[in-house]
Ligand binder design. Structure first.
Ligand code: LLP
Length: 443
């Protein structure tokens, strides 16, 4: 985070709190989230997208995609910054509601929302349900009708533009599970229009994640406007939701386009296409997740062992083992995601060594940082900081190898507080019925 700085002894401070204090109070591995930085990103995204929309005479709603990281504090921060929230499961929905979110400000996603989930969402008065199949349209209509409600919905469409991380591909046929293919979208729209318990707000699309440039977004927006214009001929569709996917820098190799530029390019593409087709510009919605929380998070680990491995002609690689790994950050194992590392507890003048930071799990794919350089004197007891772990790390964490999930600590203005408590071994054993039975019998 921007607040990271070194103290007079060379130790890192996050949000004004020293890493040794953090380790002492909360242990490692530790997810550290800089509250000020989350709020800055949330505000910046909302302002950039709202002002780009305002320049074209429409409104933009910004939903924080809760799948990136969700907790009571996170909900309060994004609501305070006047974002809405996108949820995609019963758990995320309940968490947002229990944290004080107004159901009307929530959007609900998913390709197979259960009847129970839909009942609960509609009962709570959810703002929008993004529909993903014909089956679901009838399911939502039936529940809304039974409850005497009129449920606002969006139709998720596959624009055929597929973001391949730093690049994009546009294909005629998308072979994946989400949304309606473009040729099927009109049927979904007509079906919704026949059902009095549903109110169609417009269309939705999401082209992928960790996207750096405007081209894919703009191409997708143009295709969506073409469809939007055709379907508006019958009856105007007031809203177009263009999803999330805005990329962040995980390492120095990553160079995402600033949101102000992306916002102008995307909204500009919608405006241009609307003008060409002679249709009024719809209001817009966006769903950034990673870009709000990713860079505000750092994971702290303690180094346990250091082991040089001879690579022959290619020199040497030092395996630096830390006390966490794929259970607290699955992204390297799942996606081959790249991260970086630095020694957090001190500064060093030692010559850099090629390292691979690995976890303590029983699996060779258990990598935290695939390749980076650390001072060659990196040693057991050093604290390592891995930046940009605020998104999809805690959320994808697991109990693999019976590892208790680690706490999340919020820092800011020199203070630190736990916002999600860690699990204990007792928490883990408590789920085991046989152990509980044996314990009861012994008592
Ligand atoms: N809207 C929809 C409909 C989505 O499916 C997603 C992400 C988002 C918004 C937010 O995307 P973001 O702005 O965060 O890129 N676990 C993967 C990422 C999965 C993204 C799933 N959908 C990762 O760690 O890279």
């Amino acid at each position: 985070p921007a607040s990271a700085e070194r103290d007079e002894n060379g130790a890192l401070r996050l949000g004004g709190v020293g890493v040794e204090e953090l380790q002492h109070r909360f242990g490692t591995p530790l997810y550290v989230l800089d509250e000020g930085e989350v709020r800055t990103h949330a505000r910046r995204f909302r302002e950039a997208l709202e002002s780009a929309a305002a320049r074209h005479g429409v409104t933009a709603h910004v939903y924080y995609a809760g799948k990136a990281f969700l907790s009571g504090a996170m909900v309060q921060w994004v609501l305070a910054e006047r974002l809405r929230i996108d949820v995609c499961s019963r758990g995320e929905l309940e968490l947002a509601l229990a944290s004080g979110a107004d159901a009307a400000l929530l959007g609900f996603h998913g390709n197979n929302k259960s009847t129970t989930e839909l009942e609960r969402a509609i009962e709570a008065g959810i703002g929008t349900i993004i529909v993903d199949s014909l089956v679901e349209i009838d399911r939502i209509a039936e529940i809304a009708e039974r409850r005497g409600a009129v449920q606002p919905v969006l139709v998720r469409v596959n624009s055929g533009v597929h973001a391949e991380t730093h690049d994009f591909l546009a294909t005629a046929h998308e072979d994946q599970k989400f949304g309606f293919a473009m040729p099927q979208a009109p049927e979904a729209v007509s079906r919704i229009r026949e059902l009095p318990s549903l109110r169609l707000l417009g269309l939705h699309c999401h082209i992928g994640s960790q996207i750096f440039g405007a081209a894919g977004f703009a191409e997708s927006a143009a295709r969506m406007v073409e469809l939007h214009a055709r379907l508006s001929a019958e009856e105007p569709l007031p809203l177009l939701n263009l999803g999330g996917g805005f990329g962040i820098a995980y390492t120095s190799a990553d160079d995402p386009t600033p949101i102000e530029e992306l916002a102008e390019a995307i909204v500009g593409a919608v405006a241009k296409e609307c003008a060409a087709r002679g249709v009024p510009m719809p209001d817009l919605a966006f769903e950034p997740g990673r870009a709000i929380v990713g860079q505000a998070g750092v994971t702290l680990y303690e180094v346990g062992t250091v082991k040089p491995v001879d690579l022959g002609e290619r020199g040497e690689r030092v395996y630096v083992s830390v006390d966490g790994g794929m259970s607290d950050n699955a992204r390297p194992a799942l996606y081959g995601a790249q991260f970086s590392a630095r020694i957090a507890s001190r500064e060093s003048e030692a010559a850099p060594a090629l390292v691979r930071v690995v976890g303590h799990h029983c699996e060779s794919g258990d990598i935290v940082v695939d390749h980076d350089y650390l001072p060659g004197d990196v040693a057991p007891g050093d604290l390592l900081a891995v930046p940009a772990t605020g998104a999809y790390s805690h959320g994808l964490s697991s109990n693999y190898n019976h590892a208790p999930r680690r706490p999340v600590v919020a820092v800011g203005d020199g203070r630190a507080r736990v916002i999600v408590r860690g699990e204990t071994i007792a928490d883990l054993l408590a789920r085991d019925v046989i152990i509980a039975e044996a314990r009861d019998a012994a008592e």
